[in-house]
Write a protein that binds this ligand. Structure first.
Ligand SMILES: Nc1nc2c(c(=O)[nH]1)N[C@H]1C(S)=C(S)[C@@H](COP(=O)(O)OP(=O)(O)OC[C@H]3O[C@@H](n4cnc5c(=O)[nH]c(N)nc54)[C@H](O)[C@@H]3O)O[C@H]1N2
Ligand SMILES: Nc1nc2c(c(=O)[nH]1)N[C@H]1C(S)=C(S)[C@@H](COP(=O)(O)OP(=O)(O)OC[C@H]3O[C@@H](n4cnc5c(=O)[nH]c(N)nc54)[C@H](O)[C@@H]3O)O[C@H]1N2
Ligand code: SF4
Ligand SMILES: [Mo]
Length: 743
């Protein structure tokens, strides 16, 4: 063994021995209480400690009950400012999914002979990782190896990965699954406000008198946010804009079941109505925005007749919504994937931002243009993953920003790439063209979740080396990997998440990772040592150390968190929203942005962005007459189901078999009965699904949840030009009954 490797080998031994550090220690509390942060664990091993849920971006506080410092159960935290004692089924079952039999417990390597994945030693796996990626870089250039990261690991891990891959290993390209999810909102905010900054706090759900939900189904996707809406005492108007009569639409006071992808026309029409009637806040517009007059000119041709005919919404319903917005004193606009996952998502998100700005509904309680994020740390990935933007919202292409980061991290500025990363879809294109030869996938499952799966499948053989780092060894992507690195999961490691309302919450180690699985954090540390860039990360010893580094990276930025002293402060507050600048007192647990009307552009103003609607990339036609909508199917299913399928309780709560919602008129016409098997075919694939006949979808549309691995065989890979986010939510399909219907 060479002497250079002595340190890594002993580090591996140490880390496996310690299993990535001790179980939660100082952060142990009284059951249901705060403030006992400093009790040594040895004194009180059987306590309760609160941490943030690891599924969705709501960021509920969960009280973890410990025996001998091991989690034995959980209950939703009553004193969390987020969930006020509530949790959805996923949260309740969060510990259960850690115990699954298919947890990755050893590194796995693909055998040259048999082609099987076989268990191997960490030491061998880490050498293979470095040797093969280095060989690819040597032959094809540093930028021929890329990574795809996630919104589901803690900030400290994201930051480590981003720094390691880009500054240590010389990669230029690395993106995250947040591209599938939040890229549109991030781009829209950045352009409109000058920084990616969702302005709201959850209290706004309770304070609004008008809530407009666009392409969002919180009853299923963010159930505890919906509980907050249910607590609203203002008897609010709840408007849902969604082609489907979703669970949320069923509880609305106004449901606008518009034609898929006609939203931009609707909101331009609405803007015109508000302007024509003088129902705008001219004072706010003049003082705090730019480009309004050009916007007003842009929306002038969107007459009520035109908008009604293009959206399928009656003129009365559109007028009623305009009235509602005008009459509302505290109007909030909320959007999720029905907006973001569109070929014109950025302009669509901005059409909502524009409505909030022009009516002065921003910066006050109960208002805002509010993007709801998806994954537990999607916000963290937007801020601190160092993927498509340099740390803390900086720009790789700006010399000043690079110098800043180099100085903070004490590294050579030359090690920071001068160009932006390729976006996820461009990395995929790069694999096709032979530019990208090596790929490292961390905490995401593209072989199920990426759009147009069959194309992706064909590209596998173009990769010389595919590494998957996951908590399970059985994910669709792990199964096609050359090397699988076993990762500890939420609950088995420490760090912070940022939720939808910019709240930084703690994740704690309350359970031991199985076998030789290590936290992503320590996997990155080991890779740094084996790669030979360990020196660059000498200060990155623990998640708490990296939190200090993240704080420094945020200093003076809009997302400044230098006022957070340490994990204890977050723990005692039950989560802290950014910004909190050094010296600033944490006065309120519900804070919103833009109360002073100051935005982040140099002139302090927000800017109106707008553009003519585009054609749907693949509209229905004679051969493929239906529009396929996809999205979340139930509150008990999470994405590609690697986690939620491991809980017996959750399995009882969702349909086992893939299904399509079909309108009764279409079913009758095609002779399809309930529960029949039907073939759904797009230009890319044909799959079989069960028929669920329901008026939740409109005639000519069908809906298939994303949680089944066949769904993305159908989807069409088109993208928003600004955010490069995939347009998962609309493509053309045909349906027919198969095998004589039911089986
Ligand atoms: N239970 C559960 N909860 C989750 C998740 C999960 O997998 N399971 N995932 C989390 C993540 S990462 C995310 S990003 C969020 C997603 O949360 P949501 O965005 O609320 O969920 P989706 O079902 O993907 O999409 C919302 C709605 O968009 C509608 N839609 C489709 N096309 C259009 C259109 O053209 N216009 C309009 N106005 N609406 C349209 C769909 O009909 C759907 O009802 O959920 C988070 N929460
Ligand atoms: N058709 C269609 N497709 C969609 C969507 C849609 O609406 N329609 N929505 C898109 C959206 S919004 C999203 S966010 C994506 C989600 O797509 P993915 O990110 O692919 O989905 P997940 O199942 O959440 O994958 C997370 C992976 O990380 C692993 N994991 C969990 N915790 C850890 C950890 O701590 N460390 C490591 N190393 N691994 C861990 C899990 O086992 C799992 O394999 O899907 C997208 N795909
Ligand atoms: S709503 Fe989201 S954060 Fe809250 S318990 Fe459910 S999955 Fe966890
Ligand atoms: Mo997402």
């Amino acid at each position: 063994m060479s002497s250079a490797l002595t340190k890594p080998v002993s580090l591996v031994r140490d880390l496996i021995h310690q299993k990535s550090g001790p179980l939660t220690r100082e952060l142990i509390q009284q059951p249901g209480g705060f403030g006992l942060g400093n009790i040594p664990a040895s004194a009180r091993p059987d306590r309760t400690t609160m941490m943030v849920c690891g599924f969705c971006s709501t960021g509920c506080g969960l009280n973890i009950h410990l025996k001998d410092r091991q989690a034995i159960g959980l209950t939703p935290a009553k004193n969390s400012p987020v969930n006020l004692g509530m949790a959805c089924p996923k949260g309740w079952e969060a510990l259960e999914v850690l115990k699954a039999k298919d947890r990755a417990t050893m590194p796995l390597t693909r055998c040259a002979g048999s082609g099987d994945l076989r268990p191997t030693e960490w030491h061998i796996a880490l050498n293979e990782f470095c040797d093969r990626f280095k060989a690819i870089q040597k032959e094809h250039g540093n930028d021929s190896v890329a990574f795809i990261s996630t919104g589901q690991i803690v900030n400290e891990e994201m930051a480590f990965l981003g720094a390691l891959a880009k500054f240590g290993m010389g990669m230029i390209h690395g993106d995250g699954n947040t591209r599938q999810c939040m890229a549109t909102a991030a781009t829209a905010y950045k352009q409109s406000f000058g920084f990616d900054a969702p302005p709201f706090t959850y209290q706004d759900f309770e304070e609004s008198d008008v809530l407009v939900f666009v392409g969002a189904n919180p009853c299923i996707a963010h159930p505890i946010m919906w509980e907050r809406v249910m607590r609203n005492q203002n008897n609010p108007e709840i408007v849902v804009v969604d082609p489907r009569k979703t669970e949320t639409a069923m509880q609305s006071t106004q449901h606008l079941a518009l034609a898929p992808k006609s939203d931009l026309t609707l909101f331009y029409g609405l803007a015109r109505l508000l302007i024509d009637n003088g129902w705008i806040d001219r004072e706010f517009i003049d003082a705090h925005t730019t480009e309004f007059d050009a916007f007003a000119e842009h929306v002038a041709p969107y007459t009520l007749e035109r908008v009604s005919s293009e959206t399928g919404i009656s003129p009365d319903a559109i007028l009623h919504l305009a009235h509602t917005i005008h009459e509302g004193k505290k109007v909030s606009f909320w959007w999720t994937m029905g907006v973001n996952q569109s070929y014109e998502g950025t302009r669509l998100a901005q059409s909502l931002i524009n409505l909030a700005l022009m009516t002065g509904n921003i910066g006050r309680p109960g208002t805002g243009a509010n993007s709801i994020t998806g994954q537990c740390n999607a916000m963290g990935s937007r801020m601190f993953s160092n993927t498509t933007g340099l740390f803390a919202g900086r720009d790789f292409e700006k010399e000043h920003d690079r110098k800043d980061v180099a100085e903070i991290l004490g590294i050579d500025v030359g090690s920071i790439p001068q160009e932006n990363s390729l976006a996820y879809n461009e990395i995929i294109d790069g694999i096709e063209s032979g530019k990208i030869r090596g790929l490292w996938v961390i905490a995401t499952n593209p072989a199920h979740s990426w759009i147009n799966q069959n194309r992706l499948k064909e590209l596998r053989e173009k990769l010389d080396f595919l590494v998957v780092q996951d908590m399970y060894s059985t994910t669709e992507t792990a199964q096609i990997a050359d090397l699988v690195l076993p990762a500890a999961a939420w609950g088995e490691k420490e760090g912070t998440f940022i939720n939808s309302e910019r709240r930084i919450g703690l994740v704690k180690k309350v359970s031991a990772a199985p076998g030789q699985a290590l936290s992503d954090f320590f996997i990155f540390r080991l890779i740094a040592e084996y790669w030979g860039c360990g020196e660059m990360f000498e200060d990155w010893g623990s998640p708490a150390d990296v939190f200090e580094i993240i704080k420094k990276l945020s200093a003076g930025r809009p997302n400044d968190i230098t006022g957070i002293t340490d994990y204890h402060m977050i723990d005692e507050a039950g989560g802290i929203q950014w910004p909190l600048r050094a010296g600033e007192e944490l006065k309120d647990s519900q804070r919103r942005l833009f109360e002073d009307g100051q935005f982040y552009h140099a002139d302090g103003k927000a800017k109106f962005y707008f553009e003519a609607p585009r054609e749907m990339p693949e509209p229905p036609d004679e051969d493929y007459p239906f529009t396929l909508l996809t999205g979340r199917g139930s509150a008990s299913q999470w994405h590609t189901q690697t986690r939620t399928s491991k809980s017996a309780v959750l399995r009882k709560l969702y349909p086992k078999t893939i299904f399509a919602e079909i309108h009764p008129d279409d079913a009758n016409r095609l002779g399809i009965r309930p529960e029949d098997w039907v073939e759904v075919a797009s230009r890319r694939a044909a799959i079989e699904v069960k028929a669920l006949i329901t008026v939740a979808v409109q005639p000519g549309q069908i809906f298939i949840p994303m949680h089944y691995k066949l769904t993305n065989q159908l989807t069409h890979d088109s993208f928003d030009p600004y955010s490069k986010q995939p347009s998962y939510k609309a493509c053309a399909v045909t349906i027919r009954q198969t095998r004589g219907g039911s089986r």
